[in-house]
Ligand binder design. Structure first.
Ligand code: NAD
Ligand code: SER
Length: 322
């Protein structure tokens, strides 16, 4: 039997991953934790607790008390926010990872850890098109540097101590349940809310900024497939490239316009443009696909259709008539 701890369960990924894991492993066996209030459906469907990942003593006690066998560590400061508080972001991103890796090393019951990396590990000198699994990596953002260092430490803990930590370099993730958490790819979530509410959106990236993206159901599927993979099949112990789709703000706006013809987009690039300019445009994820046969299911058109449908439903449920 698995007992699973999710750290950062109130966030964009955690708020959806928790529910999928509860369906799969049993509601009582998936512990959702965060420092902010968890969404109602998570509070009502299984155990929850306020847990600050920077409190290493409480973390280890929690893990021992609940006989935790798997940890999903999702708490982090994302790229845009990290540039505003560089040293705090570095401390939160790195200390939290060390607390989890050390807990997994010390507590025998913990068999597996998931920690997400990001396309932010790449930098301006990385080949931008079809970015390979192994290539030049010179990130120049606090977030990217913390993710790259994190990858090296994950591999180190596996080789040195046998900690079975697994990781994916997520591209920008698009979802409708929870707002995005302060990253550079957030425009691709915000745009839907503004298109439905106001029929206009001012984008903080230039129209032709191409970035790799993925719809949340594909990200969750990739994550759980990786965590269920037999350890002997793991060929990468830093972090796997995964890709789904790749588009520019202009292309996304054109797709939204097919559903909301009056929608207009304008552009006012801010500091996040430089971050986006340093990231890949498309990702070569053939290593991950060969590893466990995972494949993405959603393209731009399908994702846009579902996002609009679901956000409209959400507004209707909240009695907001858009
Ligand atoms: P998010 O910001 O939406 O959620 C993170 C959650 O962590 C928040 O609910 C926050 O309250 C919580 N948290 C922050 N500090 C904490 C602490 N000290 N203790 C406990 N919880 C704390 O982020 P997300 O988008 O869900 O991302 C999750 C992970 O995936 C992060 O590591 C992020 O870097 C990575 N990732 C996300 C994306 C994306 O597009 N969303 C892309 C690449 C990588
Ligand atoms: N979506 C994330 C960000 O923009 C990528 O890691 O920060």
């Amino acid at each position: 039997m698995e007992n699973i701890l999710i750290i950062g369960a109130a966030g964009q990924i955690g708020s959806e991953l928790t529910l999928t894991l509860r369906e799969k492993y049993g509601k009582e066996n998936v512990f959702a934790t965060d420092i902010k209030e968890l969404p109602r459906d998570i509070r009502e469907s299984g155990p929850t607790e306020m847990l600050d990942i920077l409190d290493d003593k409480r973390l280890i006690h929690f893990v021992i008390r609940h006989k935790i066998t798997q940890i999903y560590h999702l708490a982090a400061v994302l790229s845009g926010n990290a540039e505003k508080i560089p040293l705090q972001a570095w401390r939160i991103n790195m200390d939290s990872l060390f607390n989890v890796l050390e807990t997994a090393r010390l507590v025998e019951d913990v068999k597996r850890v998931f920690w997400p990396s990001s396309i932010a590990v790449f930098g301006a000198t990385t080949p931008k098109v079809n970015t390979p699994q192994m290539t030049i990596m010179e990130p120049n953002t606090v977030y990217g540097i913390s993710k790259q260092a994190g990858e090296r430490w994950c591999e180190y803990y596996f080789r040195k101590f046998g900690v079975d930590v697994r990781s994916i370099r997520y591209p920008g993730l698009i979802s409708y349940k929870t707002e995005a958490g302060g990253g550079t790819t957030d425009y691709a979530v915000e745009i839907f809310y503004e298109a439905i509410k106001n029929e206009r959106y001012e984008c903080f990236l230039k129209p032709d900024t191409r970035l790799p993206m993925m719809f949340m159901p594909d990200a969750i599927d990739a994550t759980i497939s990786l965590m269920e993979l037999d350890a002997s099949k793991m060929s990468i112990r830093s972090s796997y490239n995964v890709g789904g789709m790749s588009f520019t703000p202009e292309e996304l706006a054109a797709e939204i316009k097919k559903h909301i013809p009056s929608f207009e987009i304008t552009y006012k690039p801010d500091f996040r443009q430089a971050i986006a300019d340093s990231w890949p445009q498309t990702i070569d994820d053939s290593v991950a696909r060969a590893n466990d046969g995972w494949t993405h299911k959603y393209d731009l058109a399908k994702m846009v259709e579902i996002m609009i449908q679901e956000i409209r439903k959400k507004f209707k449920k909240d009695n907001v008539g858009y």
